[in-house]
Design a protein around this ligand. Structure first.
Ligand code: FES
Ligand code: FES
Length: 194
């Protein structure tokens, strides 16, 4: 069973090793923030951080993710307080929101390695497709997130907390925990911890 760390929790997926990470996260871990858009690597809606790098999880198998540290949009911050999340809301760079988790993940990876990105840097680092066309506001939001990251600015109105990752992970039928086979605790087990 491929084992990895998802949002700082050790998990094992009792699934075919060739299963795309996107499907394991959505269908087994109940982490539905990463979206299925195209399934072939074109849209970026499925992006998650793999060891800090924004990757299209529809193109990564769980075997390839073995031993890696995965961060989904649910784990980017517990209260949507990540500078990218704050700036996306503050700049109203969200319309239907389908592309937003993938864009937030790609932007988080960008501002972490380059907190002062140029427009061209953003174009290069955010290949994600947005059918609503939020691109101009997206540039503003990511540059603003960079300023927050550099402590040049604060955004006071954090978005209201949404679903806690522990809540999202309560139903994990394909994960096995230590109580089953001596492996690490499942997300469901951990979700019940105080
Ligand atoms: S669903 Fe993965 S790139 Fe579109
Ligand atoms: S906000 Fe609708 S697809 Fe991007």
């Amino acid at each position: 069973m491929p084992a990895m760390t998802v949002n700082e929790r050790p998990v094992e997926f009792d699934m075919d090793p060739d299963t795309p990470l996107l499907h394991a996260l959505r269908d087994a871990a109940n982490l539905t923030g990463a979206k299925y858009g195209c399934g072939v690597g074109d849209c970026g809606a499925c992006m998650v951080l793999v060891d800090g790098e924004a990757l299209r999880s529809c193109l990564v198998t769980i075997a390839e993710a073995e031993g890696r540290y995965i961060t989904t949009i649910e784990g980017l911050s517990r209260d949507r307080s990540h500078p990218v999340q704050q700036a996306l809301v503050a700049e109203q760079a969200i319309q239907c929101g389908f592309c937003t988790p993938g864009i937030a993940i790609a932007a988080a990876a960008l501002v972490r390695r380059n907190p002062d990105p140029s427009i061209e840097d953003i174009r290069q680092a955010i290949p994600n497709l947005c059918r609503c066309g939020v691109y101009p506001r997206l540039v503003e939001a990511i540059q603003r997130a960079g300023r927050v990251t550099r402590r040049r600015e604060t955004i006071s109105a954090a978005p209201a907390p949404g679903i806690d990752p522990a809540d999202a992970a309560r139903a994990v039928p394909a994960m096995r925990g230590a109580d089953v086979e001596g492996g690490p605790p499942s997300a469901a087990d951990q979700a019940s911890e105080p």
